[in-house]
Design a protein. Sequence first.
Length: 245
Amino acid sequence: MSGERTVPLLPCRSVDEIAGFYTMLGFTRTYRQERPNPYVVMERDDLHLHFFGMPGFRPEDSYGSCLVVVPDIVELFDAFAAGMRAAHGKLLVSGIPRMTRPRRRKNAEGVTGFAVIDPGGNWIRFTAGADDAPAGPGGLTGALHNAVVMGDSRGDHERAARLLDHALRRHEATAGPAELVEALAYRAELAARAEDAPAVRGFLARAERVPLDEVGRRASAGTLTALRELAAPFSARPVPVRPAD
């Protein structure tokens, strides 16, 4: 037998809220009903997601999840990111909804992936093929991969931050410049999820002070650009309000 297809059915509190979110990511609504129960279908090329509404549903309590294997992680992430920036002026990195950045995951055999956490609290986990997996690293990079498991796969941002802080104290002096930039960038993202503006700015400053040669600058250019974008909303100073005359 061949030609089978599996379609996830995921919960949400509002099918219209879900439809709006996925439309932002480039999906098209192909079906909607309100009775006998709220239901909506969102499609993007061969990716089909079905959602059902639940009265009193709490997204933060959701266990909804699915895995999507895609041929080009970066292309898909960039398309989703462009939709978020067009709608919100930035990537959504904290709260619900949000999206993580593509990173290799130790608990997925080192394969690159990212996750979309939608308004229903569902984790849509995008992963590349198994051929993308490298050999397992050690040192700061190995600790970074462990932190990504905690922060992105399990959603435990505080534990991920503690793990990476310990690794930075232990390995910062001996780590390669590019891997240090990667670790500081992810630590800044964890700080952003905690709405810790001073920490975001601090990790950005540390990353920008890492001495990079020409090869290192090319290797870290994308990471530093993404980090500056992440930090921008946390760098704006409030405009003082003048008292009324």
